[in-house]
Design a protein around this ligand. Structure first.
Ligand code: NAD
Length: 352
């Protein structure tokens, strides 16, 4: 197990990464007043462990993104109040990104903020959502529209939880890992060296640490997403979020990869990224996706991207890969964006 300390103006967040992290962390909360938030799938698998480690004050959300809503947020807060939670209590977010985001927001609101531990149980939550303090719920069909920056005091990234994760969720986490590969040369090299075997447990254990360490460095420089450093983490996300809404049923990480595929096409078109590097990145993306991402109506997907909160004017803002370990932000007009998405969709074998 390795430790990363993420120092921000709000607090020092300690992240434990690796096999044994959970067992090492668990005794440290004995005697504290604890409130666990989890979801139905995770509870079914880990009820015994949760109860033995953290006690009986548990709120179980229905699994799925639809649960990340203001009504459930209020239900969690109400249950904390009814359960007699005091200012020195600790919220344990035990689950994937959905649980982490809503429980984190609840922890930030209850009595103006109580201690928070994230125990991420999906690959995506381990490499991304549990670290950095972004918490949120969705409202009115808009993702993450209500939220706060609230750093967890502790994050426990133990790969043991990946053993029960369905393949689809591993793929979802790999989506974010490939994103880190486009941002960081070291992660990129490791991905290239293990391209045929990215889902292997030993590889994942190692790469989770690298991704978390990378994200922690970025968050340290720009905790509240103000200076631009944190923007880079949005590679693939503008188009990815649009595809998430467009397709409906695909996972966040998979859509990030689809977004990265389309945005790589755009970077190539503008001459920003090319040669072996662009070819290799495309192979990495397709290696995880398994097939070229088809989009039957690129106009519709592009129209959704207009509403992305990362755009600060009428242009579409994208973080695109440039060369190994280097990305840059570009802004393009909607008409141009639509044309390029449609071109890429046709090249992928679909589109009008
Ligand atoms: N806060 C951030 O910085 C940030 C970053 C990226 C994504 N997110 C958010 O994270 C969410 C997506 O997270 P996610 O992909 O973890 O989704 P999720 O929380 O919905 O989990 C995916 C599925 O895996 C199940 N699951 C979780 N752990 C399991 C385990 N160990 N074994 C078996 N099944 C398990 C869940 O019940 C669920 O069905 C989105 O809401 C997204 O907006 C937040």
């Amino acid at each position: 197990m390795r430790e990363i300390v993420l120092k921000t103006p709000s607090c020092d967040s300690v992240i434990y990464c690796g096999a044994g992290a959970f067992d090492e962390y668990a005794p440290s909360v004995a005697g504290e007043q604890l409130f666990v938030v989890t979801d139905t799938n995770v509870y079914e698998l880990y009820e015994k462990l949760i109860k033995k480690t953290f006690g009986e004050k548990i709120f179980v959300l229905e699994a799925g993104e639809e649960s990340k809503n203001p009504e459930n947020l209020l239900k969690i807060l109400r249950a904390m109040l009814d359960g007699g939670m005091r200012r020195n209590c600790r919220v344990i977010a035990f689950g994937g990104g959905v649980v982490g985001d809503i429980a984190g927001l609840a922890a930030s609101l209850y009595m103006r903020g109580v201690r928070l531990t994230q125990v991420p149980t999906t690959l995506l939550a381990q490499v991304d959502s549990s670290v950095g303090g972004k918490t949120a719920v969705d409202m009115g069909g808009v993702k993450n529209i209500l939220g706060a920056f609230y750093q967890p005091e502790k994050v426990v990234c133990d790969p043991r939880f990946l053993d029960t994760l369905p393949e689809r969720e591993i793929k979802c986490g790999l989506g974010e890992i490939v994103k880190y590969g486009a941002l960081d040369g070291n992660i990129y090299s490791k991905l290239m060296d293990n391209a045929g075997n990215l889902a292997a447990r030993s590889f994942l254990e190692d790469i989770i640490y690298d991704c978390v360490a990378y994200k922690a460095e970025v968050v340290k420089k720009d905790e509240r997403d103000l200076s631009g450093a944190r923007k880079a983490l949005n590679l693939g996300h503008t188009t990815g979020h649009a595809f998430e809404l467009y397709y409906g049923g695909k996972s966040h990480g998979e859509c990030v990869l689809i977004g990265a595929y389309y945005e790589l096409y755009i970077a190539r078109k503008y001459g920003i990224c090319g040669g072996y590097y662009a070819d290799n990145l495309e192979k990495l993306i397709l290696g995880v996706l398994k097939a070229k991402p088809v989009c039957a109506d690129a106009d519709k997907a592009a129209q959704i991207a207009v509403h992305d909160k990362k755009n600060d004017d009428e242009n579409i803002s994208l973080i695109v890969p440039e060369r190994e370990g280097v990305c840059r932000e570009i802004k393009i007009g909607l008409t141009e964006y639509k044309t390029l998405l449609a071109e890429c969709a046709r090249a992928a074998g679909g589109g009008k």
